[in-house]
Ligand binder design. Structure first.
Ligand SMILES: Nc1nc2c(c(=O)[nH]1)N[C@H]1C(S)=C(S)[C@@H](COP(=O)(O)O)O[C@H]1N2
Ligand SMILES: [Mo]
Length: 418
């Protein structure tokens, strides 16, 4: 029997809910059109014949209609080998980034590494240097945890002028997934950490042989040797077969295609000169060791490039902090003059994206939408002016200031500075 009794559609109760929410926000019915009386619904074409069989394809793909939900490059880098691709945050729901949409940042392309050939060396200030195959590694007890990863260059093009047209380009060097791996502490303890060991050098097996200096406290705290993301082995772009995951730390320290960990008594330099990023301050000095990604947020709907209609509009976005849990997010629809506290979607996980939502009714007048995140340390996400007052205009990395989206009278949304 086909469903013909409209009163039993769960869609109706959803409409009823929407109506209540919309009315609470001072609006009218959010969307949809009235279903005429008790007339039987036509049987859709898709119900008149069999669909595609199983295994078409073997590895499932998104619906073809969703083909514009893809990673995108800026197209501004001289090569595609040392470049970025951005996650389409404006088209995603919840907090998890699908693996195929995880942002990319490679300094020497994506290496093709045979899982059974790959080795991870642990040496330097340890009692016994060790070499692990992937099989050796995954034999250790593992954990699975949800964490975001953000490139510290995320938003770097936004310092001087509103540049990115969409949330993808303003904030898309940001992704989040469930990582599975072996706690780095377990493997270091296996090798035996010498008391003088204070820093680690992590090196990747890519053409960039990317190296980074990692403080031992982080290594022993919550660092993971991650070999899986969202249930499957790492994607090649994310560091297959194993990467370092330093929850809450800037992206570049999360060395992919990890092949070597060397323990030392100080940060590594010499050939590893490039082993950290720094922030140039207004007075010409450089701030170094700015490892943690401070609290930040962005409204993903409505956001740049989208268009909204009058009436009910759910404002929704993402908030995150490298220091722990997001405790509150405030949303403004008047360019920061007044703020309303947003609802935080459960689960709210430390060092993970959190989804926030606020019910709003758009009256058709131009509006400036902003979000401001607060984390469990009490840190409050700064406005652009507040950030510049401290950091000046010479900085490139760590732009965690408040994003403003202008909703024009036409309903078109664009990136603005206020
Ligand atoms: N071996 C290696 N690790 C690397 C990089 C790299 O180029 N080579 N890029 C780093 C930078 S700058 C960032 S932001 C993150 C990006 O991780 P993703 O490509 O999985 O998003 O990886 C880091 N780890
Ligand atoms: Mo990065």
């Amino acid at each position: 029997m086909r469903e013909t009794d409209p009163s039993s559609f769960s869609g109706l109760s959803r409409r009823a809910w929407l109506k209540r929410t919309a009315l609470a926000a001072g609006g009218t019915l959010a969307s949809g059109s009235l279903l005429a009386g008790a007339a039987p619904l036509p049987v859709p074409e898709s119900s008149k014949k069999l669909g595609a069989p199983i295994l078409s394809p073997e590895y499932g793909q998104p619906a073809p209609q969703e083909s514009d939900v893809v990673r995108r490059p800026t197209g501004l880098t001289p090569t595609q080998y040392s470049s970025w691709s951005f996650t389409p945050l404006q088209d995603l729901h919840g907090i998890v980034t699908p693996n195929g949409l995880f942002f990319e940042r490679h300094h020497g392309g994506v290496p093709d590494i045979a899982r059974d050939q790959h080795r991870l060396a642990v040496h330097g200030l340890v009692r016994q240097p060790l070499l692990f195959s992937m099989d050796d590694l995954v034999r250790f007890p593992s954990v699975s945890r949800f964490h975001f990863l953000e490139c510290s260059g995320n938003g770097s093009a936004e310092w001087a002028a509103p540049t990115g047209k969409t949330a993808q380009f303003t904030h898309g060097l940001l992704s989040c997934c469930e990582w599975t791996g072996v706690p780095l502490a377990t493997v270091l303890e296996e090798a035996g950490i010498r008391p003088e060991a204070k820093w680690l050098l992590a090196e990747g097996a890519d053409a960039a042989s990317m190296t980074r200096s990692i403080p031992i406290e982080k290594a022993l705290d919550d660092a993971l040797l991650a070999y899986a993301q969202n249930g499957e082995r790492l994607r090649p772009e994310q560091g297959y077969p194993v990467r370092l995951l330093l929850p809450g730390f800037e992206g570049n320290m999360n060395v992919k295609w990890l092949r070597r960990l060397k323990l030392g008594d100080r940060p590594f330099h010499s050939r590893e000169e490039t082993s950290k990023y720094t922030d140039l301050m207004a007075d010409g000095t450089a701030r170094e060791f700015s490892f943690v990604m401070e609290a930040k947020s962005v409204i993903t709907h409505p956001s740049g490039g989208q268009r909204i209609d009058r009436g009910f509009c759910e404002i929704s976005g993402l908030a995150w902090s490298g220091r722990g849990r997001i405790t509150r997010v405030y949303v403004s629809t008047d360019g920061g003059k007044s703020w309303r506290q947003a609802a935080l979607q459960e689960p709210v996980i430390p060092k993970c994206l959190s989804r926030f939502r606020v019910a709003w009714s758009w009256d058709g007048a131009p509006a400036i939408l902003q979000s401001r995140a607060v984390d469990e340390t009490g840190y409050v996400q700064p406005s652009r002016r507040e950030l510049i007052a401290v950091r000046g205009m010479n900085s490139y990395y760590h732009n965690n200031s408040i994003q403003s989206w202008l909703v024009a009278g036409s309903g078109e949304v664009s990136n603005v500075h206020v």
